[in-house]
Design a protein around this ligand. Structure first.
Ligand SMILES: Cc1cc2nc3c(=O)[nH]c(=O)nc-3n(C[C@H](O)[C@H](O)[C@H](O)COP(=O)(O)O)c2cc1C
Length: 159
């Protein structure tokens, strides 16, 4: 089966206290895990300082349909597609939707990522972002992500 991988970023549009916002994000991930497992999708959602960065991977029709729903979601805005490519395999095969809650160390790492098309080709920047997210998912809360990080759930069959 051909796998496509989509990467986007958006600005959070969530109101409330820090704890309330965190709870809303946990809820987004909970719904996404169930939907994505049923649709054969895997991926990860990173949230940091009002920004979402999400990777979705799986069969093109499911990636497209899910991204269309995501784009209409009023819990974020300025959704910018960074990359949509045919992939050799899944980077986040173990997670129907992993959540990465960025702490200060991650923010420092993210700020060091290559940025802007004028500096590096966009594909190289997308690749660096995806690899960082994969590293953060695998290394777990103790080493990289904050203690809020959830392990994510295993994807369902058929993906
Ligand atoms: C940042 C963000 C990421 C999301 N990621 C997913 C996702 O990976 N899969 C998914 O099914 N829905 C995701 N959603 C939720 C969808 O926008 C939508 O609410 C959900 O799929 C239910 O759609 P429905 O009410 O039309 O059935 C995300 C929402 C936000 C704000």
């Amino acid at each position: 089966m051909t796998i496509h991988r989509l990467l986007y970023r958006s600005d959070m549009d969530l109101a409330g206290t820090a704890a309330g916002i965190r709870q809303q994000i946990v809820e987004i991930v909970r719904i996404s895990e169930a939907r994505n497992a049923a649709d054969g999708l895997t991926g990860a959602l990173l949230h940091t300082r009002g920004v979402f960065i999400q990777v979705l991977e799986g069969p093109m029709p499911a990636v497209e349909a899910t991204f269309e729903r995501i784009c209409c979601d009023l819990r974020h805005r300025r959704v910018e597609l960074i990359e949509l490519v045919e992939a050799e395999g899944r980077v986040f095969g173990e997670w129907s939707m992993g959540r990465i809650s960025a702490d200060q160390r991650i923010e420092r790492l993210v700020s060091r990522l290559p940025a802007g098309e004028d500096q590096v080709p966009e594909a190289a920047s997308a690749h660096a972002t995806i690899q960082l997210m994969r590293t953060l998912m695998v290394s777990g809360p103790a080493q990289a992500a904050s203690s809020e990080q959830l392990p994510g759930t295993l994807r369902g069959p058929g993906g």
